[in-house]
Design a protein around this ligand. Structure first.
Ligand code: ZN
Length: 257
């Protein structure tokens, strides 16, 4: 019997409008391989293409998850539901999304909803299960639409993902884990205020002291400043290993052991 592993593959690292619309970086979300469970998180524009390019099979997905309805996170969710269910011929998989992704001006088309085995609405303080994986959505983020981050627990690892939000007091406190992934759109704080900036990410890292940090979801100012160099500086300043995600990067959580 082969030993089970947990890996995260970045099908894209683009954040916010310009980096996404010009595809300076890809915007396909992340493919989580957690033991025998496969989850697609935030399938933005190009997710289907990126998944195919990286040889991931949507038919093997157990779940598709949406942190929030903005297009850079949800652009390909419908086609990925279709792919997961083989065009609706096999009723399978769970779709997790905040209520406003399903209710008003929904980003998940009504006719596809019966294709999935299950649609679960994410809410503040919720806990959810997919096979032997559990995850929580501890707090509603400060973002123009209903948005959640995640704390995942596998039989082997705990990791957190702080998705889009403006900084707020006690944000960090909700996201303890061995590995912390942070969406860092901006190099410097300032307008638009709905996203985290690098100095805010640094404060969060210093407060939480995870084993390893991965930065992703880069806006134009971060991308221009070379995320891998910023990550190296942040590692030196915080004495915590900080990695800048790259398109196609596969991170094995065994690095935390
Ligand atoms: Zn957003």
């Amino acid at each position: 019997m082969t030993e089970l592993s947990d890996t995260i593959t970045f099908l894209g690292t683009a954040g916010a409008r310009f980096v996404v619309t010009r595809q300076f970086l890809a915007s396909g979300g992340a493919w989580l391989n957690l033991g025998n469970t496969q989850i697609l998180l935030d399938p933005g524009p190009g997710s289907l293409v990126q998944a195919a390019k990286r040889k991931f099979d949507p038919v093997k997905l157990d779940a598709i998850m949406l942190s929030h309805r903005h297009l850079d996170h949800s652009g390909d969710i419908n086609i990925m539901i279709e792919a997961m269910t083989e065009g609706g011929t096999k009723k399978r998989g769970t779709v997790f999304a905040p209520s406003d992704a399903l209710d008003q001006d929904p980003v998940i088309l009504s006719y596809l909803r019966s294709y999935a085995q299950n649609i679960q609405v994410l809410a503040e303080g919720g806990s959810y299960k997919i096979n032997d994986i559990s995850f929580r959505t501890p707090v509603r983020h400060k973002h123009p639409v209903e948005t959640y981050g995640f704390v995942f627990q596998t039989p082997r690892h705990t990791f957190s993902w702080i998705t889009d939000t403006r900084y707020f007091e006690d944000l960090a406190g909700h996201y303890a884990g061995d590995l912390l992934i942070i969406n860092v759109v901006r190099l410097k704080p300032g307008a638009p205020l709905d996203h985290l900036s690098l100095p805010e990410a640094k404060d969060i890292i210093k407060e939480l002291k995870p084993r390893i940090v991965i930065l992703t979801h880069f806006g134009m100012t971060m991308w221009r400043a070379r995320p891998w160099e910023l990550a190296r500086e942040l590692s030196a300043e915080t004495r915590i290993q900080v990695i800048a995600a790259k398109d196609g990067m596969k991170f094995d959580l065994a690095q935390l052991d």
